[in-house]
Design a protein around this ligand. Structure first.
Ligand code: NAG
Ligand code: NAG
Ligand code: NAG
Ligand code: NAG
Ligand code: NAG
Ligand code: NAG
Ligand code: NAG
Ligand code: NAG
Ligand code: NAG
Ligand code: NAG
Ligand code: NAG
Length: 846
């Protein structure tokens, strides 16, 4: 009986193969058809394609990819752990409604494996959202599926999917990485929803938590403020006794967006940008040190803008000072004073990512006051907070153990109240954002008086510390110089005749144990390459010295920056800085190949960019017509990404300080590459993070606070970026702007924006290639970046996000900052007016 049906089936299949081969180009596979390796299903709007594919490991898989996107991106793989040995595979819908994949010898190697009730006429559809669904042909209900691939995702979370648990069956939907870039089998990393306590998403590598999204605050996950700006209000979490799911409707709102976990334990959100025909990585984690789960240990708090990133919560001391000094913060902090239960007070911290909430007490209907009272009564309660931020804060969360994985934000985050012994709360004067909770108010006056006394003591201590530090630093330099002297003898002996680098590994930094070789070029190699620095090879004169074009013997084109000798920095420090900067690699940064130090000469060797600098094209009427709008937009996005990397993703958090059109180079494909980054670092090693005696920068691009007060931060670069965006759109320079009565380009753009005539800003040379929506968005972003107040300007992750979010509405810009150097003294500003684009270096005589 059984064999007769199967042979009947076989005939059926042979017939169906005969009739339907090649015809399956639609979105549907019926029970009488089969799918072979030279056929695919294509979704109705031709967004996704489903079929067989092979990887470089010569294994074959069945999967789904974007149809019209170059470089196949696989969003789903059926048989990830049971590949086909060759392309001879067949997919069929077996009677009973199971999808089964057979190999060449007709062995089933993968099946949809669902438990099914009776199915009469199953069909397989590939939908436009990338969901492969099996359903009854007659079924009209569009969510009544027998089986769907969205319930069995691989490494990609797509719009329309959900993440979490079916609590009735215990089945989890999680996202698991590939083993490696070309091996789809189940890898070591995954991310999934943890619904216990307050829900959050964890990224895991094997058994280790790598990253936590922050707790759900009613609108989004609190630890990723960047994403919450686009996800706001559309994301949803449903937790009840049957299910616990996260629906990322807002996070993944455009159809061509995806959240993937890659084999190196990195979560990445991509969105397809139609105008640049490229994937834009909008966000990834862990990117910053603070993204790493529990970086600062118990009762430590991580602040990406601080150095070091970790500090102890007020009222706590570093537990293991030695490890802490080595930048190992994992032991965290301990209480200064033991708790006394009912006499304790609460310390109010603002803009904090709530600590891990896996086993907290939650009551959604309690008020904050009830929460405080309950916490105060329960001696094991260590902190409390509102559960959600909606309606000004609702619900109650209470911790009864140590607080792990807190972060300090400047804008986002929530309020938390941490229990301290009453005597420790009085010390609020030490902490800038700390504030006593509602019960600590009476202490304030006493605290003030204590505070003033303490300030005086601190000042004295500060002076002593400053002297000590100078001394130590001096000793360190001496030590380094000695070791350098010993090694340089060896360096001279290893003279390489034909190789372009001589690898020196003479000095390893204390903090920087990994021993990356710094390519050191020899002087004669560079001299030969640039034809003895001939005038014909000179590309220009930058702020820090002349730039020459050169070609090494092996044909590699290079650009050589011959630094003016006045840098006043020791060779070792110089090399050290170059080494650290050489490690920064990004497609929107100019590659630094190495350096050359000989006698008085210091040179930096860069990759050569064929299309020279942006200003040479942008401000040249004859050439600027080459720059159509898609190109300009892609340049804007590229610069934004490069800057994002410098500010946030690189290990050193570099602030460029001199971003301008002439510091953006264009390669063969017109990809923008930021140059001269880190130069300020090389030249000005001793800077503090907040202000500097030396002002390096260019009028017209400098933020007001930097030009006037020497105060710089990443937001100063954001300002320069905004200027650059407006210049790229208008084809006009901010400085030396001569049109109408406006002060400069920023003033001009601001006026047009307010008069609703922003489109008049565009350069006529690309007047027929632009998308109005894109241009307006860019102008909007540009104006937001040049706002006068530092705190109004966005950080680069938000800028990148805004540039790419086609749907969300952007904030209205406020008044831009004008930089005319009024406060800089007349002589300086007049010299700057005569030359359009001088790089100025002012030594503030303060
Ligand atoms: C698919 O492959 C089979 C055998 O390999 C071949 O006979 C058939 O013509 C192919 N169909 C198409 C549409 O290429
Ligand atoms: C897939 O296999 C074909 C030949 O069967 C080969 O030409 C191609 O390079 C393979 N693709 C990959 C990605 O390895
Ligand atoms: C697939 O099967 C056909 C016939 O069974 C055979 O001729 C062909 O060599 C097979 N292809 C591979 C790649 O093994
Ligand atoms: C098909 O699968 C069976 C069982 O997994 C295996 O023994 C056989 O070698 C496979 N055949 C081919 C051609 O891969
Ligand atoms: C199919 O499901 C059964 C139980 O439902 C399970 O035992 C079996 O391992 C599953 N097979 C595959 C290939 O997942
Ligand atoms: C996304 O795809 C769905 C289904 O194909 C479609 O209804 C919707 O309009 C698309 N949304 C966008 C923003 O393209
Ligand atoms: C379609 O099916 C889903 C899931 O079975 C069910 O929740 C929903 O009510 C159905 N909708 C209609 C219109 O029948
Ligand atoms: C994984 O992500 C990291 C960080 O974005 C990237 O450098 C790496 O190339 C990615 N790896 C793979 C296999 O895609
Ligand atoms: C950090 O310190 C802890 C405890 O002191 C230790 O177990 C751990 O190995 C250290 N980690 C590193 C990377 O040194
Ligand atoms: C903390 O509270 C939770 C739930 O209220 C409880 O399950 C857990 O045992 C408590 N832990 C400690 C250390 O008191
Ligand atoms: C939550 O708090 C409210 C108000 O205090 C109380 O009525 C309710 O019983 C609490 N619910 C739980 C589950 O503890």
């Amino acid at each position: 009986m059984k064999s007769s049906t199967s042979s009947k089936l076989q005939i059926y299949f042979i017939l169906s193969l005969y009739f339907f081969n090649g015809v399956i180009s639609s979105d549907t596979l019926t029970a009488s058809q089969s799918l072979g390796s030279n056929q695919t299903l294509i979704s109705p709007q031709k967004v996704f394609e489903f079929g067989f594919f092979n990887t470089t490991t010569s294994k074959w898989y069945l999967g789904i990819w974007y149809k019209d996107v170059p470089d196949k991106i696989f969003v789903w793989v059926a048989n990830r752990d049971t590949p086909l040995e060759n392309s001879n595979g067949t997919l069929k819908i077996q009677d009973g409604g199971k999808l089964v994949l057979f190999n060449q010898t007709d062995n089933p190697i993968w099946s949809s494996n669902q438990t099914i009730s009776s199915v009469t006429d199953p069909v397989l559809h590939l939908l436009d959202d990338g969901n492969l669904v099996l359903k009854e042909a007659q079924e009209k209900n569009n969510s009544n599926y027998i089986w769907q691939s969205f319930d069995h995702p691989t490494d990609t979370l797509l719009p329309g999917m959900k993440l979490g648990w079916n609590l009735d069956t215990g089945v989890e939907i999680r996202i698991t990485s590939w083993k490696s870039q070309d091996d789809p089998s189940t890898g070591d990393s995954h991310f999934s929803l943890d619904y216990h306590g307050v829900p959050d998403i964890y990224l895991w590598n094997k058994q280790q938590r790598v990253f936590r999204s922050g707790s759900w605050n009613g609108q989004s996950f609190g630890g990723v403020p960047i994403l919450s700006t686009i996800a706001a209000l559309n994301d949803k979490i449903v937790v009840d006794e049957h299910e616990a799911y996260y629906y990322p409707a807002g996070l993944l709102q455009s159809n061509l967006s995806r959240l993937v976990v890659n084999s190196t334990s990195s979560m990445e959100r991509y969105a397809w940008i139609e105008s640049t025909k490229d994937w834009n990585k909008v966000w990834s984690a862990p990117a910053l040190q603070c993204d790493n789960y529990g970086t600062c240990g118990p009762f430590g708090i991580c602040d990406s803008n601080a150095f070091p990133v970790c500090k102890c919560v007020t009222g706590f001391d570093i537990k293991n000072q030695r490890q802490w000094d080595l930048r190992n913060f994992s032991d965290g902090c301990v209480r200064k004073t033991e708790l006394e239960c009912d006499k304790d007070k609460f310390l109010h911290l603002k803009n904090v990512q709530l600590p891990e909430t896996r086993s907290v007490f939650v009551n959604k209907s309690m008020t904050l006051l009830e929460c405080e009272n309950k916490c105060l009564k329960d001696c094991s309660c260590t902190a409390y907070a509102n559960e959600e931020i909606t309606n000004g804060g609702t619900g109650c969360v209470m911790w009864n153990y140590s607080l792990v994985d807190m972060r300090q934000f400047t804008e986002a985050g929530q309020d938390i109240f941490i229990r301290l012994a009453a005597s420790d709360v009085g010390n609020f004067f030490f902490s800038d954002e700390a504030d006593t909770g509602s019960s600590g108010g009476s202490k304030k006056n006493a605290g003030m008086i204590a505070g003033i006394t303490i300030t005086i003591v601190i000042l004295i201590l500060g002076v002593i510390l400053f002297i000590l530090r100078k001394k130590r630093r001096w000793q360190r330099i001496q030590k380094v110089n000695n070791s350098q002297r010993g090694n340089s003898d060896r360096g001279q002996k290893t003279r390489l005749s034909d190789s372009k680098f001589s690898n020196s590994r003479e000095y390893s930094d204390e903090r920087n144990m990994d021993d990356l070789d710094l390519p050191l070029f020899e002087f004669h190699v560079i001299s030969d390459a640039t034809n003895s620095f001939s005038l014909a090879n000179k590309l220009g004169e930058g702020g820090f010295g002349a730039v020459y074009r050169g070609r090494l013997v092996d044909g590699q084109d290079i650009a050589v920056k011959r630094l003016s000798t006045s840098s006043g920095q020791g060779n070792v420090e110089f090399k050290n800085e170059v080494r650290s900067i050489a490690k920064l690699q990004h497609r929107n940064l100019v590659r630094l190949f190495g350096c050359c130090i000989e006698k008085e000469e210091k040179m930096l060797i860069y990759e050569y960019c064929e299309n020279n600098s942006l200003d040479s094209i942008l401000f040249d009427k004859a050439k600027s017509c080459k720059l159509d709008w898609p190109m300009r937009f892609s340049i804007i996005c590229g610069i934004a990404k490069g800057l994002l990397y410098l500010h946030h993703d690189s290990r050193f958090r570099i602030i460029h300080r001199d971003l301008k059109a002439s510091n953006v180079l264009l390669d063969k494909e017109m990809n923008p590459k930021i140059s001269d980054f880190g130069i300020a670092r090389i030249f000005d090693n001793d800077q503090t993070h907040s202000s500097t005696m030396r002002i390096v920068g260019t009028y017209g691009y400098m933020s007001p606070e930097y030009a006037m007060g020497g105060y710089f931060s990443a937001k100063s670069d954001v300002f320069s970026f905004g200027v650059l965006v407006l210049e790229i759109i208008s084809g006009m320079k901010n400085r030396g702007f001569h049109q109408s009565d406006d002060l400069n380009l920023l003033g001009h753009a601001w006026r047009l924006w307010n008069e609703g005539k922003a489109m008049e800003l565009i350069d006529s040379s690309y007047a027929d290639s632009y998308s109005e929506a894109e241009v307006i968005r860019c102008i909007n972003v540009g104006l937001i970046c040049v706002q006068e107040k530092i705190e109004d300007r966005p950080i680069m992750p938000s800028v990148v996000m805004m540039l790419n979010s086609e749907t969300s509405s952007l904030p209205q810009p406020k008044h831009p900052g004008f930089v005319l150097g009024r406060n800089l003294g007349e002589s300086d500003s007049s010299s700057a007016v005569t030359i359009n684009e001088v790089t100025v270096t002012i030594i503030n005589g303060r």
